[in-house]
Design a binder for this molecule. Structure first.
Ligand code: SF4
Ligand code: SF4
Length: 132
């Protein structure tokens, strides 16, 4: 099943409300929560939603007061990269790998985007930037 990643932000008054569970039940759709950063003041979480239900689910979250965006991914400046491997080591989802000639390969479908950004800080050459 093809899944799309979306970033969901919610304000203080929605903390603790079972909104995701309600949407899963109402629309009979599996929603996979990948990362979450929630405090008593509000929060955000990154979720995977099946492509086929994406539009319906985004509308349902927005109707309940959440802000829904697509996560910003990263961009690699291949001219600056000197193949040190620091970003590969730190990436939690193996979105960065080397190919046979030690050229960096980015698999955007795996990337957690702006909810992670670990590789941006790890790169000594400042070769990785947030895209957008
Ligand atoms: S932003 Fe995070 S998940 Fe994406 S490539 Fe960098 S370290 Fe990996
Ligand atoms: S950390 Fe920077 S220099 Fe090292 S492999 Fe990754 S992009 Fe290239």
């Amino acid at each position: 099943m093809a899944m799309a990643k979306v970033l969901l932000r919610f304000p203080e008054n929605l903390v603790g409300k079972p909104i995701t569970a309600q949407i899963i039940l109402e629309h009979k759709v599996p929603i996979n929560i990948i990362t979450a950063n929630i405090t008593s003041k509000g929060g955000e979480f990154l979720a995977e939603i099946p492509d086929a239900a994406l539009e319906t689910v985004i509308k349902a979250f927005r109707k309940k007061g959440l802000i829904v965006t697509l996560p910003k991914l990263i961009e690699i400046d291949k001219e600056e990269c000197f193949s040190c491997g620091a970003c590969i080591t730190i990436c939690p989802v193996e979105a960065l790998t080397f190919d046979n000639d030690f050229s960096l390969v980015f698999t955007k479908e795996k990337c957690l985007g702006s909810t992670c950004s670990a590789c941006i800080d790890a790169c000594p050459a400042k070769a990785i930037n947030s895209n957008g």
